[in-house]
Design a protein. Structure first.
Length: 89
């Protein structure tokens, strides 16, 4: 999954979830749960249905086990306003 990638449609979210699942399964990323995230989704990426329905808002956190770089996938699905996969500072 490429950082700073916008999610502008259900198809783009489906692709992002599939890509993140593959990255976690291959060990390129590991999912973690941020205890400070007010809206963080408390489900594993491999538990989310690829074709929906999804929660109204998804916020998933990942890190690269080699570098420690952290990432966030966020998507507002209820109103279809989209989201992004972004690198965190």
């Amino acid at each position: 999954m490429t950082p700073e990638q916008p999610i502008t449609s259900p198809g783009a979210l489906r692709h992002a979830l599939a890509s993140l699942r593959a990255d976690v399964a291959a060990g390129r990323l590991e999912q973690y749960f941020d205890p400070n995230a007010l809206m963080g989704t408390e489900r594993r990426v491999d538990e989310l249905p690829l074709d929906g329905p999804w929660e109204d808002y998804l916020e998933l956190y990942f890190r690269d086990p080699r570098t420690g770089q952290r990432y966030r996938l966020s998507a507002e699905t209820y109103h279809g306003q989209g989201g992004s996969f972004e690198r965190l500072p």
